[in-house]
Ligand binder design. Sequence first.
Ligand code: ACO
Length: 173
Amino acid sequence: MSFTPDSALDLLFPAELISLEVKKALHSDLHIRPLASTDYRRGHLPVLSVLTVVSDPGEAAWVQQFHAQRACPRTYYSIVVIDKASDRIVGVGTVLIERKFLRGLGSVGHIEDIAVDKQQQGKKIGLRIIHALTYISELNGCYKTILNCSNDNIPFYEKCGYEKKENEMAKYA
Ligand code: ACO
């Protein structure tokens, strides 16, 4: 498949929210943009499966989820990094904006589901994704941006400018 420009895509949020600084820093073989309604076909789920178990719901259900997220404006910001030569996704990440009642009705950005294709790891794609998501969080006025990660990934997030704070608790259903 040949590279599809942003203008030909149905995007989750406006492409102008992607940091120009991050775009400039990205390798010229790559492109960073919001998730698009046709990204199921560009390997969105296979890249996510680098992170955890992903069961394929089929394209129609995937597209329904895309539209359900877009129906919540200024909340879901999923971005993808595309290998231009193949028009395939090589990296993904999301920031969710939570609107609070505290801190003068402040907002918090929650970074979720960061994954880079195994063949493409170690090329600063993950770092660019985190910088782009942090930029979106701060554009939304978030007073902090937070995430949970394994001990193994702490050095990666430190390289992205994050520091360890508190602990994570979980209860799986
Ligand atoms: N330990 C130590 N350093 C690391 C690690 C690690 N596990 N991972 C990356 N780094 C360092 C790199 O060496 C690089 O350092 P440098 O600037 O000195 O060269 C810097 O961090 C940036 O690394 P990138 O090349 O941007 O990392 P990459 O593109 O490979 O992405 C990621 C990192 C996202 C963790 C990737 O390896 C991946 O997809 N792993 C599997 C899925 C996963 O664990 N995702 C994160 C889950 S947490 C969450 O989603 C909130």
